[in-house]
Design a protein around this ligand. Structure first.
Ligand SMILES: Cc1cc2nc3c(=O)[nH]c(=O)nc-3n(C[C@H](O)[C@H](O)[C@H](O)COP(=O)(O)O)c2cc1C
Length: 156
């Protein structure tokens, strides 16, 4: 089964999980980036505000086509208990999603908040079959154990 991993990462934790999944599975990988790079402070001011309002950033691409994939794996950092604006934008441009499988994951410091519920709902609303939604604390992103469990459980 061929997967497409789509993720955003500002400080490397989500990237670590995404790249590990990429190494271990038959997958392609896309890193989403904001067109206007966040400053350290900007993440905590406008970034969180935009995340809470579930807004999307400009990410410089207009189409993520799932035609050639069986599964999409979406990864986001948790910002204010929500997916990041970059991931919101990515979710908005996924094409040929209906009937495809999806897995969501989020990395967080203390708590994932509403992040996984929101991702699950958006993927389901796009007609996808969500196989699972997984949260990884910062510490868990540094150890393959829980990531291996996810790969096995979701059949990636
Ligand atoms: C702007 C901002 C908001 C954050 N909000 C939360 C939060 O609400 N809950 C939490 O547990 N961690 C929060 N964190 C910590 C990140 O979710 C955590 O460090 C995550 O692994 C970062 O992923 P990355 O390294 O891929 O960017 C926040 C970090 C930033 C920069």
């Amino acid at each position: 089964m061929k997967s497409l991993i789509v993720y955003h990462s500002e400080t490397g934790n989500t990237r670590r999980v995404a790249e590990y999944i990429h190494e271990k599975t038959d997958s392609d990988i896309i890193e989403l980036n904001p067109e206007k790079k966040y400053s350290r402070i900007g993440m905590y001011t406008s970034g969180i505000k935009r995340a809470l309002m579930q807004q999307g950033d400009e990410i410089g691409i207009s189409n993520i086509d799932l035609s050639n994939y069986d599964i999409v794996i979406i990864g986001t950092p948790v910002w204010g208990g929500h997916p990041t604006p970059v991931v919101n934008a990515g979710l908005g441009i996924i094409k040929e999603a209906k009937g495809k499988k999806a897995v969501a994951f989020a990395t967080y410091r203390g708590s994932e908040g509403e992040t996984l519920n929101i991702l699950r709902k958006r993927l389901e609303d796009a007609g996808m079959n969500v196989l699972g939604a997984y949260g990884f604390s910062e510490k868990e992103t540094e150890d393959s154990g829980k990531i291996d469990e996810m790969i096995k459980e979701a059949g990636l």
